[in-house]
Design a protein around this ligand. Sequence first.
Ligand code: GLC
Length: 471
Amino acid sequence: MATLRVLFAAAEAAPWVKVGGLGDVAGALPKALNALEHVEVRLILPRHAALEKLDALPLFSFYLPYQEDAYEVQIFETRQAGLTLYLVDGVPVRASGPVYSSDARLDAGKYVFFSLAVLEFALRWEEWTPDVLHLNDWHTALAALAARLRRERGEARLRTVLTIHNLPFIGPAIGELLAAYHVSVPATRLPSWAEQHPLPLGLWAADVLVAVSPSYAREILTPEYGGGLEDFLRSRMGDLHGILNGLDTEAFNPATDAALAAPFSLETLSHRLENKRALLAELGLKFDPEVPLLGMVSRMDYQKGVDLAVEALRWSRELPWQAVFLGVGDGRLEAELRKMEQEFPDRVRALLRFDGALARRVYAASDLFLMPSRYEPCGLAQMIAMRYGALPLARATGGLKDTIEDGRSGFLFQEAEPLALKQALERAFALYGRPEWETMQRYAMSRDFSWSRSAQEYLNLYTRLVRQHVS
Ligand code: GLC
């Protein structure tokens, strides 16, 4: 069997550049696929300012026609931990240093250039021609459009997969920019507003669509989650799959985690309590084994339901709990959390910063891990929490619903309302300190969230896609 070649394109990939969950996936999935047989994945990223220091060599260059002129595209290559990594450079990439800019025009310029350059590179670089181009989110979606247009002209056989990590982020309006690159958008079945944005165009053009959990794949077909694209997505239902993300179980292992006061495993679960004692001391809170510690590590966004957690805890002041919030985000929500800390100085800590090591200590110390997301395509924190013995208390949506078993590995609630969250807290508190709690903890810790299963599902998808079009 010939080796299938996949070029995997994303805006970010850990550990080289990471802003959010997309970076975790783009760092881990190519590695997990390369561990399987009959497939080779190479990764392609924009050469962001943060990547200029990587020891990469110029490989190849070409021009993308732009208005009456052209932009030069330079491709760099480097090998990183066994993975071939290509970096795309050019004027629009250098015009914007950070991975994502607060200026939509800069982002549009960078990612339209990047997407078109990825497709051209895939078609022109003869030493390694991919069979499949795997795209992720709006930043790379237009490569699917360009591939489809080329194929309709009989110029390419490349197949495209587009993974949806977060549907509402459809990208800035790029109609004029596409015209400047001499790309004309054909008639699609998209609503006309959507034809101006990269993600919907990619959803129209890609051969196969993947949502990052089976539940999210179903949810985006409904008005509540579809953001106006639900009817269109329904028309593509046959090509839409749900594949759950995995967790890097080596990077997140409570038995070997150097950030923890007391590493532990299923065999040494009693050591876990030392982590709670240590974290509370670190944060200047009193340690009481009878009082459950709630943890939340998150972007502090409305999507993540931070406001629901704050409100539900205010309504539960008669119950014994302590809570630690870690993360940055929306200014108003951050202010809300600071206010909480002032209201409950001996119970609450609002740690409004990004701190990976502290996050690990929160996972290892918390009894319950809060994730009251309004929507959650997949979510990673709940998987880390379970592996670290913190029971997730989460809204039953998207990937949370697919990874947490209510009453067995965590607690789920239905409505995005503080009252529903409060009721779930009461259910959890009723079990806290009883033998059932430890049974749940042990079950949660032994769940298998490793990447290998998801990688195999992606490989099956690529294989079917390529076969379909060969015969
Ligand atoms: C986005 C989603 C999150 C998902 C991640 C990786 O950040 O909000 O739910 O886990 O992408 O797919």
